[in-house]
Structure formats: C-alpha cells, structure tokens
Design a protein around this ligand. Structure first.
Ligand SMILES: NC(=O)c1ccc[n+]([C@@H]2O[C@H](COP(=O)([O-])OP(=O)(O)OC[C@H]3O[C@@H](n4cnc5c(N)ncnc54)[C@H](O)[C@@H]3O)[C@@H](O)[C@H]2O)c1
Length: 298
C-alpha cells in the first residue's frame, strides 16, 4: 500500500471517529420514559418493533390503516392505537398533533409500506401512484408532520424510515417498488446530514427477505401473479423473523449507523458488490431474482 493511500485511510478513520464522537448513536437498551411512534405497526416488522420498544420501557403509539390490527398490538404492548392511512397528509398531521399533545416524541418509525412485483410493462399507472403514495409520500408525511417538532424539542430523537434491500440493490421485476425504496434511502441519508447537528438522527432501515404478510398482500402483475403463492411460501419458510429485524434496527440506531442492512448476511454482500462494481452487481441481482422466480414457478 502506498504512503499516500495510508495517509488517506488514516485521515478517513480520524474523520469517522470524530464524527462518531460528535454525533453518537441513540441509546436503545433502556427506553423507560421514552415515547415511540410506529406506523404499519399492526403486522410484521412494525409489530415486532412495537413489541420490542415496549419491552424496553417505551410508551408506544401503534399506527396502522387497519384499526383492528393496531388495536390488537396496542393491547398487547399497553400502547395507544391510531387508525391512520399514511398516504393521507392531513391524517398524519392529525396523528402528530395528537401524539405531541400528550408529550414529547423520542422515536418515530415511518415503517408502513406495501409491496409490488411485476414487469413495468404490466404495471398500471394506478399501481405506481399507490406505491409512491404509501411508500414515499407516507414517509414524507411522517417527516413533514413530526420533524419540526422533534427539532424544537429540548431532547435528542430518532427517525427510522423503512426502505428495503430493494432500495440498495435494485432488481428486475421490482422496478416500481425499488423506485420507492431508493427514494426512502436517499431521503434518509440526506436528511441525516441535514439534521444530525440539531439532535435528530435519521436512519434508513433496509430489510432483506423477511417472513411477514407483505408478499401475500402485494400487488403482483403479469407472470409474477402466477408465482405469488410460491413466493409467499418462500418468504414464510426462508424469510428472517421480523423480531430479528427489530432487534438489529435498535442495535444499529444505538451504534449510529445511518443505513441499516438487516439481516446483514442477506443484504451486505450484494450491496457491497454493487458499490464496488455496479455491472457485476446488476448481473448477480438479475440472476438472484430470476432464480427466485424460477424456483417458485409452477
Ligand atoms: N417483509 C419483507 O421482506 C420486507 C423487506 C424489505 C422492506 N420491507 C418493508 O417493511 C415495511 C413493513 O412491511 P412488512 O413486511 O412488515 O409488511 P406487513 O404487510 O406485514 O405489514 C405492513 C403493515 O402496514 C400497514 N399499512 C399498509 N399500508 C398502510 C397505510 N397506507 N397506512 C398505514 N398503514 C399501512 C398494513 O396494514 C400492515 O399492518 C414496509 O415498508 C415494507 O416495504 C419488508
């Protein structure tokens, strides 16, 4: 290694250490006295987050478009249920008003999202609009309604936006979904740079293949629709538990990691390959998706 490379590596290491000292992660092991808001908390990753946050002492606002689901989770964790469609800006604003009226907010998880798979040629404009409305604007609405008041509070706070591995490693057959999740990654990275010096940390949570309801309830178009039952089974049997995602998310928040790849063994290798060589990454991700589609076709 040349002397110049060593000097650059040392400078980068020193800059990273200084950044970590100046902007430490948010401690998540004991959340007694803290308040958390989780959207899409009636199922899957959001439910696991709500349960874990409550088990660590947080008061949890359980938000979902499906009130019965939200209420069931709220009852389980001793939290408060809210029926909110995150694609509705006024409803999210009303949620923030209600939550802040009860006191400060420490952790906001903009987690609600919907799935979609299928070729772009088979995708309707309404599919695109619904995906953007929930997966992108749902997060924007949460940030817009909560951030000014988080910044105005006299305490540190955290926003975790659920993106996806698809936002880091785009794949054929998931173009509209990857579009929305890439937007969430970019927004979360840029926003963290903007507000980190003002006491708010922003993270992009990027799960891989997780055993939740999302595939069963996804919109699937073209020949992907024929494989929906097979892919649903694949996620159920081979997917990682959402409880693992919740634990790793809180650990990464404590470590101050901006982009949270979880589980790391699924997400980090293809993400790293793509960053080192986008061409190799594209070749591998296409093989992966085609392999998955092939293994589930009837
Ligand atoms: N499961 C995976 O493999 C996976 C992988 C990467 C990213 N994600 C992301 O994780 C997040 C959670 O998904 P999940 O896998 O737990 O799915 P899930 O279907 O189990 O849970 C999603 C919850 O969000 C709610 N929801 C949907 N639209 C909503 C809306 N407009 N307003 C409020 N609530 C709404 C649903 O009612 C449901 O309770 C999503 O953003 C998803 O894109 C999931």
């Amino acid at each position: 290694m040349s002397r110049r490379t060593l000097v650059l590596a040392a400078a980068a290491g020193a800059a990273l250490a200084a950044h970590r000292r100046a902007f430490p992660g948010y401690a998540t092991s004991d959340l007694t006295g803290r308040t958390a808001v989780v959207t899409g908390a009636g199922s899957g990753i959001g439910r696991s987050l709500a349960v874990l946050l409550a088990s660590r002492g947080a008061a949890v606002h359980v938000v979902d478009v499906d009130l019965a689901r939200a209420q069931a989770v709220a009852d389980q964790v001793g939290g408060t249920a809210h029926q909110v469609d995150v694609s509705d800006a006024a409803a999210v604003q009303a949620l923030a008003d209600a939550v802040f009226a009860a006191g400060p907010v420490d952790l906001l998880f903009n987690n609600a999202g919907i799935g979609h798979a299928g070729a772009v040629a088979d995708t309707t404009l309404e599919d695109w609009q619904r995906l953007v409305a929930v997966n992108v604007m749902g997060v924007v609405h949460g940030v817009h309604a909560f951030l000014p008041r988080l910044l105005a509070q006299d305490r540190r706070s955290v926003i975790v936006n659920t993106a996806s591995m698809a936002g880091l490693v785009p794949a054929a057959g998931m173009v509209p979904y990857a579009t929305t999740k890439s937007a969430v990654v970019g927004m979360s990275e840029a926003l963290d740079r903007e507000v980190v010096g003002r006491g708010v940390r922003v993270h992009a949570l990027c799960p891989g293949v997780i055993a939740t309801d999302i595939i069963r309830t996804s919109t699937m178009r073209g020949d992907w629709a024929d494989r929906q039952a097979g892919i649903t089974g694949l996620y159920a049997t081979r997917g990682t538990s959402p409880d693992v995602v919740a634990r790793q998310a809180l650990a990464a928040v404590a470590a101050g990691r901006n982009v949270i790849a979880t589980p790391r063994y699924q997400v980090v290798p293809p993400w790293l390959v793509k960053r080192l060589s986008p061409s190799v990454g594209a070749a591998l991700s296409s093989r992966l998706v085609n392999g998955m589609a092939g293994s589930t076709s009837s």
